[in-house]
Design a binder for this molecule. Structure first.
Ligand SMILES: [Zn+2]
Length: 233
């Protein structure tokens, strides 16, 4: 095989190898970052904390409401007990009883609102728990799929690497280095085919004498427009 033919074969192998390794990297990335379970777990943790806080608030408001209610009852019994007769004292007492009654009502309303919040939070939590159960089961399957795929792609990649090193054995180090650096700088395409007088790397038409030297295959010819190694199959 001529050097150019070898380099072209190497390139075809490298393109496949890149694809296999890219697929493997994607699978690894999904395996490390594609886990919905973690996200749902932290959401659930946040909702649980919020629920606990609201329940604490409920208890405090309940206590406060009971205190106001007791105070209201005691004020009422003073008011209607007949012990206080002074009109001015009665008036003050009446005013205080009205205020306390209003406070007790406010607390009752707050309690109603809190219990609605708690119910909503409980529903949300239950929904998240269901989602989490589903996500855990789905992830287990996906994880196994990804692991199997990574294993397969690793083996495939190793096979291609083996073929590659056999091919590169036939190339002199300078040509190999030239090929490698061109592949890096030319978007993965170091060797370009010549078809109908055109370089398939840059689509520019090649001068006749250049086409002839490519055809003779005696030395490596570079495209005068894009610098890629020209190859005629
Ligand atoms: Zn070109």
């Amino acid at each position: 095989m001529t050097t150019v033919r070898l380099m072209f074969a190497l390139q075809e192998l490298d393109i496949i190898l890149d694809r296999v390794q890219d697929e493997r990297a994607k699978a690894k990335d999904e395996l490390n970052n594609g886990d919905l379970v973690k996200q749902l777990e932290s959401e659930l943790e946040r909702d649980t904390e919020l629920l606990q806080e609201t329940e604490l608030q409920q208890r405090a408001t309940q206590l406060e409401a009971e205190t106001q209610k007791e105070r209201s009852e005691s004020l009422n019994s003073q008011l209607y007990g007949g012990e206080i007769t002074n009109p001015r004292d009665l008036e003050n007492l009446e005013r205080e009883a009205a205020t306390v009654k209003q406070l007790a009502e406010q607390h009752e309303n707050a309690l109603l609102e809190i219990s609605v919040q708690i119910e909503e939070a409980q529903n949300r939590k239950a929904e998240l728990e269901n989602k989490l159960t589903e996500a855990r089961a789905a992830w287990k399957i996906r994880q196994a799929e990804l692991q199997a795929s990574i294993k397969e792609l690793t083996a495939e990649s190793a096979g291609f690497e083996g073929q590659r090193s056999k091919l590169t054995e036939g190339l002199d180090p300078t040509s190999l280095q030239h090929y490698e650096s061109l592949r890096k700088s030319k978007g993965g395409l170091a060797v370009a085919k010549v078809e109908r007088g055109l370089c398939q790397g840059c689509r520019m038409s090649l001068p006749t004498h250049q086409q002839q030297s490519v055809r003779s295959g005696r030395k490596t010819v570079l495209c005068s427009s894009c610098g890629r190694i020209l190859f005629l199959s």
